[in-house]
Design a protein around this ligand. Sequence first.
Ligand SMILES: NC(=O)c1ccc[n+]([C@@H]2O[C@H](COP(=O)([O-])OP(=O)(O)OC[C@H]3O[C@@H](n4cnc5c(N)ncnc54)[C@H](O)[C@@H]3O)[C@@H](O)[C@H]2O)c1
Length: 275
Amino acid sequence: MSPGRVPLRVVVLGRGAIGRPVALALAAGHVEGARLAGVFDSRGGVRYEQGVPPFPADGAPLPPESLPETADLVVEAAGHPVLEDLGARVVACGIDLLAVSVGALCAPAARSVLTGGPGRLYLSTGAIGGLEVIRALAESGALRRVRIETTKRATTLVQPWMDEAERERLRTLAAPVELLRGSPATVARAFPRSANVAASVASAAGNWDLVEAVVRADPACADTVHRIEVGSDAGEHSFQIRNVPSPDNPATSALVPHAVLRAIRDIAGRAVTLI
Ligand SMILES: NC(=O)c1ccc[n+]([C@@H]2O[C@H](COP(=O)([O-])OP(=O)(O)OC[C@H]3O[C@@H](n4cnc5c(N)ncnc54)[C@H](O)[C@@H]3O)[C@@H](O)[C@H]2O)c1
């Protein structure tokens, strides 16, 4: 960090598979130019790690209106409802927000509130890549369509709305099967945790109607695989990302907290960056 530069004060919402390692890295001073100002989790004021105190200190509900005195950047790692509610209030207070629960943007109303400022909304690249190419194609006017196909271990795709027969089918699946194909919003309604990547692709495309999302279940798949196929007039672009699941949450890729930390470094003013 340049001499005299004040570190970015970061508040983390959620201390799960993503929020916890992010908070720990910030608390340990591993992110140059940024420091941990607090961690807020609805599980309340339990002191869960040395050096990472709950925030607010008394474990009370977080009043976003008081954040301007505490934070320059809020990192949302707590779920779609938190992004829609607390996240929207953070942005409305004029504080910048780095969000991982990008699937919440599938709802047009949430999209409109979250992008309404005055705080800036940063969407984490999270579990996937290739977004910079999709953005450049969108910029050029050459982008025609994008399909993102996500394959996950079948048991991680069991949903509360499924009846017992469907749950049992997923638990005892013998071969890979396509579960759903549709718009990012369709996937968000059925498989919210699989909608983040579709929403990220749609945000990169700048046009939600160009994106088709596919969710596949594979009984033998230990990793999560995302295949992105881009149709454009400017070449051929396809990406495959195979991610090892987080040891703390099999529905989340272990890569995601590192994508968040990389983004915080960039926001904090890294001297050289890829944008
Ligand atoms: N963008 C991506 O590529 C990507 C990838 C994986 C996960 N995600 C999303 O990131 C989010 C977090 O994932 P995770 O694996 O860390 O989840 P997790 O379940 O491991 O942790 C979430 C934490 O948030 C806390 N929480 C829940 N409601 C809260 C509230 N109202 N206020 C404060 N804290 C609250 C929970 O107590 C929990 O500790 C999820 O929405 C997930 O879908 C995004």
